[in-house]
Ligand binder design. Structure first.
Ligand SMILES: CCCCCCCC(=O)SCCNC(=O)CCNC(=O)[C@H](O)C(C)(C)COP(=O)(O)OP(=O)(O)OC[C@H]1O[C@@H](n2cnc3c(N)ncnc32)[C@H](O)[C@@H]1OP(=O)(O)O
Length: 186
């Protein structure tokens, strides 16, 4: 829970307009990258204020039980959607805590409709919530999450990422989308 002196989130003036399809932030991202054959390929769209909507279709590669989405995959979808809020805040942040409720089983083939919003900011801490619904934005709730993201410097990635992947991005910056409102180019 945000502390009492947390402030409401402020949409950055340079944030993408509501309705803008954000696209993948990194082509190898398991959540949104289009070069990840078994990834979620989640498509996120900027919403009003500090909110995001996103969709992904549960594929056979995402199964846990026969014909049902793996819970970790659903948590990833929530994490990715919540992470996309950072682009509206224009803040570089990583997931510190993700608390997930699995409300309903999600069959393979389902289009999961996700929505996320930032609820508060306190120093480096960004509080947010998300929900995933089956079949439509008004469909039955399947998953919910509350998250805490922590703002980090670019060095979080350059100091800790595997060298060959950091080098590959430096050699071909197009692998990290420049169409997003602000970009980290290590
Ligand atoms: C568009 C992009 C989409 C991306 C979507 C995907 C997002 C991700 O999955 S990111 C990958 C997963 N996450 C990670 O790998 C993060 C790994 N963890 C870390 O690197 C570090 O623990 C990190 C950076 C989060 C925090 O470390 P550090 O910078 O030293 O901060 P630290 O001083 O410990 O904590 C800062 C504040 O956050 C709080 N905090 C940190 N972690 C937690 C936690 N898990 N639970 C509660 N509070 C926490 C601390 O209590 C502290 O609070 P306060 O300021 O009130 O004292």
């Amino acid at each position: 829970m945000p502390p009492p002196d947390a402030r409401p989130p402020v949409r950055h003036p340079d944030a993408p307009e509501p309705g803008t399809l954000l696209g993948a932030h990194y082509d190898q991202c398991f959540g949104c990258g289009h070069e990840q054959p078994h990834g979620l390929r989640l498509d996120a769209t900027a919403g009003e204020g500090v909110s995001i909507t996103a969709e992904f279709t549960v594929q056979p590669a995402h199964q846990g039980a026969p014909g049902l989405a793996h819970g970790g995959v659903l948590a990833t979808a929530l994490d990715e959607t919540l992470g996309s809020l950072c682009w509206l805040l224009q803040t570089i942040a990583v997931t510190g805590r993700l608390e997930t409720d699995f409300v309903r089983p999600v069959p393979v083939g389902t289009v999961l409709h996700l929505s996320a919003r930032c609820t508060a900011v306190h120093g480096r801490k960004i509080f947010s919530s998300a929900v995933g619904r089956i079949g439509s934005p008004d469909g039955p709730v399947a998953v919910r999450a509350d998250a805490l993201f922590i703002e980090v410097p670019v060095a979080h990635f350059t100091d800790n990422g595997r060298d060959e992947d950091i080098k590959a991005v430096m050699e071909n910056p197009d692998r990290m989308k420049v169409t997003r409102a602000f970009e980290v180019n290590p």
